[in-house]
Design a protein around this ligand. Structure first.
Ligand code: UDP
Length: 360
């Protein structure tokens, strides 16, 4: 069987590494890896390939940044050519980025079955570009791998019942596989002079928070009130926007420590010893739960609602610095910890189901 895997953004490298490894253990499966180039900086892309032993992409499309239409359109043109040349039995896509929707659209028009990993997530907010990417991809896919039963139930609500499997979350496989190694290898805590549980980690990159400078400023003000160091590995988009803000909170005396994006091991090591995590990232919300660190999500809604229901995650109004402070003060470890994201063996399950559906 031949699978073309399409990835392009940081969270997709992390999601794909465990599945790729499993697929490639079977000599009857040929995986052709395509990197769209949606993320292209060394610290947003190359570092993950090296650290997570992801094979070198067979195709690098070098698409780069652009508006949504431009970026997706360019990918569509290039991916169609790759699929026509490679004639895969299936195209494998991850998550909810423009690389996901471009891969799905190009393959569906060529009648190539789509396998979607991290299916069934919904924020019910169609202003989020990711929400559009998820809905369209799910409705075009033949095999839909859901990280939780709630995600599988959502697909059922939308009339999608065929090919749906709740396999647990592939990012949980990665956390379990790499956590100990990351903590051993990473020197990030000493490099940043941090004391265990005496600092916060924050990541902000969703368009709704970065594009509106008033909102971004309110977030920074909220974070600067927390009373402990806040480490902010900056996504390139956030960095660009922050440069336009010149608020006093960005002086040297601030408790906010802006750093470049981290590699996966440093990020895991940093998160795993934080007092709490503040984020608008989908992946980081989940990893906070997986690492048992209380989380505050700076959004009006989240697709990872189970983490909120379990009380390890709480939503805070990103426009209101006081609300951010209050939410962080309330963010505490809980006495209960339901197994929300499976048993850490989703890659095995995904492999077995693909094999059953595409006997070669
Ligand atoms: N991440 C990382 N370095 C960083 C920030 C995030 O390795 O500086 C990892 C994080 O641990 C998680 C993934 O990137 O595994 C999340 O990606 P991102 O927040 O960019 O996207 P989202 O999950 O919101 O789609």
């Amino acid at each position: 069987m031949k699978i073309v895997t399409v990835i392009g953004a940081r969270p997709q490298f992390i999601k794909a590494c465990m599945v790729s490894k499993r697929l490639r253990q079977d000599p009857s499966i040929q995986e052709v890896l395509v990197h769209t180039g949606q993320h292209y900086n060394a610290n947003m892309s190359d570092v993950f390939f090296t650290q997570l032993n992801i094979p070198k992409p067979d195709y690098h499309l070098g698409i780069g940044s652009g508006s949504h239409g431009e970026q997706t359109g360019k990918m569509l043109i290039e991916l169609e050519q790759v699929f026509i040349k490679e004639k895969p039995d299936a195209v494998l896509v991850y998550g909810d980025t423009n690389s996901t929707i471009a891969g799905s659209l190009a393959s569906s028009k060529l009648h190539i079955p789509i396998i979607h990993v991290e299916s069934g997530l919904r924020s019910f907010n169609r202003y989020m570009p990711e929400e559009i990417n998820r809905i369209v991809t799910d409705h075009l896919s033949s095999l839909l791998f859901c990280p939780s039963q709630a995600a599988a139930n959502q697909l059922k609500n939308e009339g999608i019942t065929k090919g749906v499997y709740a396999t647990g979350d592939i990012m949980y496989d990665a956390v379990l596989h790499y956590k100990a190694k990351a903590e051993k290898q990473s020197a990030i805590l000493s490099q940043l002079n941090l004391t265990l549980k005496e600092y916060y980690v924050a990541t902000i990159h969703r368009a709704e928070n970065t594009d509106d400078l008033t909102r971004l400023s309110a977030i920074m003000e909220g974070l600067s009130k927390l009373g402990k160091k806040v480490i902010l590995p900056l996504h390139p988009r956030t960095k660009k926007q922050l440069q336009q803000l010149n608020a006093p909170i960005f002086t040297d005396k601030s408790s906010l420590l802006f750093i470049d994006p981290l590699d996966y091991f440093d990020m895991l090591a940093l998160m795993s010893q934080a007092k709490a995590i503040v984020t608008d990232s989908g992946g980081v919300q989940k990893e906070a739960y997986m690492l048992r660190i209380p989380c505050v999500t700076l959004r009006d809604e989240t697709e990872w609602i189970e983490t909120v229901e379990a009380k390890w995650n709480r939503l805070a109004d990103a426009r209101n610095p006081t609300a951010i402070l209050k939410a962080v003060q309330l963010a505490k470890e809980q006495s209960t910890y339901p197994a929300l994201f499976g048993d850490g063996h989703s890659a095995d399950q995904i492999y077995t189901i693909i094999k059953k559906n595409f006997p070669s």
